[in-house]
Design a protein around this ligand. Structure first.
Ligand SMILES: *Cc1c(COP(=O)(O)O)cnc(C)c1O
Length: 494
């Protein structure tokens, strides 16, 4: 399987796509075509472990990797999760299920891909004959940073620097990153919001002079952001796994179509669901959930993507994004894989902060996707109502998806399609906000929040979060967005 750029011009192997992260002309790598999973193959998944299911999905794209080795890498990655099943389904109501993707080492769904990415990258370098040291750069809205740091800490031949917006992550997320252990890691706060941070990092990736300077030091850059196909591919697997679990627990018939509701920021998670559908998974609709930064909901309704709007800081910070990078991959599909048109739109987005797709393209997208959003009040209502009705606690991001799913149920009362709400973070990652949602109580301190939330919900508290209280901060620097390359040079120190 070869990969092409959404902006044209390149054709590379899976290994190369993962190592490079972003194509030369700034486009994103997409598979040349969607590999198909047959009904027999889907049926065979019913009996498989999660790692086996993931391997079957991954090898369809990454056929330059070795399947046996991939399986042991998946087994190793998913053994870092706190239970046997890294992506369990929980039924909360008739026809409504939660897909919990936060049982990994950093309590957010990013672990599903970032526990495996170090292997995909290291092996990718071997397959491409790359001998240089790899420097991973990450711009994070909170959860990716920590998950990438954990995934790559102390890995051979790799260093990692994470940049996060100084005023755009939760207290818990900040603590998780500033206390990170490992000898090959660096964490820097960047003045501004996530879009500023992501733009500054993208500029380094696009800069020839930076690449040259690093080359002299025998270092090449790679990305662990969700635009990397190595992030996307492991995410496709859990949609297959969820489906297999629904069939094997007799909740649906094999072949029955289901819906997913997905908390959406950079559009990576929901795009993985779309890729699963294109591979033959019986998916009917994808409900995309935004918070008050509802640029995607507006786009899905109107076909106009317009960044000229206010940016809101919300209690679901991992979705506080206006520049939703992975949407480019969907645009590419909607345009009939027209690379020239996709490049043109991305140019317009960069210059004017805006583009518009054609009515035909919008229709194509709306056949599968619909969007909705939750503001601060309605997401709290959704979290509270589920807690009150069935005693299930969810985090603030998942709360947005729950609200959007509830809106759909309300509007389509006769619709019997089963819905899986994708749950992206452990509620204890946002303890004060979740506590407020389920009890109405405010506390000033995150650890008090954890304690009270435990008292209210009796949900187990993850050790990795409790431990943060006593860990010393190692990284406390805040840098200007224009000075990030200097930070990088200082870190690699050669
Ligand atoms: C990253 C993240 C999201 C958004 O996912 P995308 O793939 O960027 O759309 C939602 N919820 C949580 C908790 C996250 O960490």
């Amino acid at each position: 399987m070869k990969f092409i750029s959404t902006r044209g011009g390149e054709k590379v192997t899976g290994a190369r796509a993962i190592v490079k992260g972003l194509s030369e002309n700034g486009g994103l790598y997409v598979p040349e075509k969607f590999p198909q999973v047959s009904r027999e193959e889907l049926e065979a998944m019913l009996e498989m472990s999660y790692a086996e299911r993931a391997t079957k999905v991954l090898i369809k794209f990454l056929d330059d990797y070795n399947e046996k080795e991939l399986l042991s890498a998946c087994e190793n990655a998913y053994s870092k999760f706190e239970r046997n099943d890294p992506a369990p389904l929980v039924k909360i109501d008739d026809g409504v299920f939660m897909l919990e993707l936060w049982h990994g080492p950093t309590c957010a769904f990013k672990d599903m891909a970032l526990t495996l990415l170090p292997y995909l990258l290291r092996k990718g370098c071997d397959l491409c004959g790359i001998k240089e040291e790899i420097l991973i750069l990450v711009a994070t809205s909170g959860d990716t940073g920590k998950a990438a740091l954990e995934g790559f800490k102390d890995a051979d031949g790799v260093k990692i620097t994470v940049f996060y917006p100084s005023d755009g992550v939760s207290k818990m997320q900040k603590l998780q990153m500033s206390t990170q252990e490992g000898k090959n890691v660096n964490v820097v706060a960047v003045k501004g919001n996530f879009d500023d941070c992501q733009t500054a990092v993208k500029e380094i990736f696009a800069s020839e002079s930076c690449a040259e300077e690093l080359k002299k030091k025998n270092v090449i850059l790679s990305s662990a952001n969700s635009i990397n196909f190595g992030r996307l591919a492991p995410q496709i697997a859990y949609y297959f796994s969820a489906y297999a679990d629904l069939v094997s627990s007799d909740q649906i018939e094999m072949g029955e179509e289901i819906d997913f509701a997905v908390p959406t920021g950079n559009f990576g998670n929901v795009l993985a669901a779309y890729y699963a559908k294109r591979m033959g998974l019986p998916v009917r609709r994808l409900h995309c959930a935004s918070n008050e930064n509802k640029i995607i909901a507006d786009f899905l309704a109107t076909g106009v993507y317009d960044m000229n709007r206010e940016f809101y800081k919300t209690t679901s910070p991992s979705m506080d994004i206006l520049l939703s990078s992975n949407l480019e991959r969907l645009l590419f599909e909607a345009s009939g894989r027209n690379a020239k048109l996709t490049a043109q739109r991305m140019g317009q987005l960069k210059e004017a902060g805006k583009y518009e797709i054609t009515p035909e393209e919008l229709k194509f997208i709306q056949e599968t996707f619909d969007g909705g959003y939750a503001d601060e009040e309605t997401s709290v209502e959704a979290m509270y109502s589920v807690f009150e009705d069935v005693g299930y606690t969810m985090d603030t991001h998942t709360g947005c998806a729950m609200k959007v799913a509830q809106d759909w149920f309300e509007k389509h009362k006769k619709d019997e399609t089963k819905t899986v709400v994708v749950s992206t973070a452990n509620p204890y990652k946002f303890p004060q906000d979740v506590l407020y949602a389920v009890t109405g109580n405010d506390v000033k301190d995150s650890f008090k929040g954890i304690k009270r939330l435990h008292a209210a919900t009796a949900m187990a508290v993850p050790k990795c979060l409790i431990e943060l209280r006593d860990k010393p901060a190692r990284f406390t620097k805040t840098a200007d967005g224009k000075k990030l390359f200097e930070e990088i040079l200082e870190f690699i120190g050669k």
